[in-house]
Design a binder for this molecule. Structure first.
Ligand code: HEC
Length: 143
């Protein structure tokens, strides 16, 4: 009898632990979705925030000079693959794209999805608000 009671308490504790773990998992799953819907409501971009997001690009890019990636000055409104003397992939040179808010937003979601074969080895910027801020910064940096 005593034993059964102890077992019941242990089972109860285990169930509690399972519930607690489930709550943690639920919170982890729900939080990014909530953050994303907040971001969606907020989309025009903030160039000051975008300058911070641009730190993710600075391993390869600069505004004023070519590095591993081409310079970004004037990129909004520019034809893809059009900086003279930069060694683009043929995929980029023949993409036929012009960089505007819409094409940049798509490219930055997944570079190889929009330009299969691009040499830009970068997974992308998953959060829509980050992309909007980044594009606002790139626009300003090109002025
Ligand atoms: C690991 C290095 C790397 C990182 C990080 C990187 N890029 Fe690039 N990027 C490249 C390379 C290399 C190219 C040239 C791609 C090609 O020729 O296919 C490129 C090309 C581009 C182009 C096309 C430019 C043109 O002249 O047509 C844009 C726009 C761009 N990158 C934006 C970004 C932004 C914004 C970020 C940060 C969120 C970023 N990149 C991060 C390496 C990188």
């Amino acid at each position: 009898m005593q034993r059964d009671f102890a077992a019941a308490i242990a089972a109860g504790r285990a169930a509690g632990a399972v519930a607690a773990i489930a709550a943690v998992i639920a919170a982890a799953v729900v939080t990014p979705v909530a953050a994303d819907s907040v971001a969606r409501a907020a989309v025009p971009g903030d160039p000051a925030r975008g300058e911070k997001v641009y730190e993710r690009c600075e391993g390869c890019h600069a505004i004023d000079r070519d590095r591993i990636g081409p310079r970004h000055k004037g990129v909004v409104g520019r034809k893809a693959g059009s900086i003279d003397g930069f060694a683009y992939s043929s995929a980029m040179k023949t993409s036929g794209l012009t960089w505007d808010e819409a094409t940049l937003d798509r490219f930055l979601q997944g570079p190889t999805r929009l330009v299969p074969g691009t040499r830009m080895g970068f997974a992308g910027v998953p959060v829509e608000q980050d992309r909007a801020d980044l594009i606002a910064y790139l626009k300003k940096a090109g002025e």
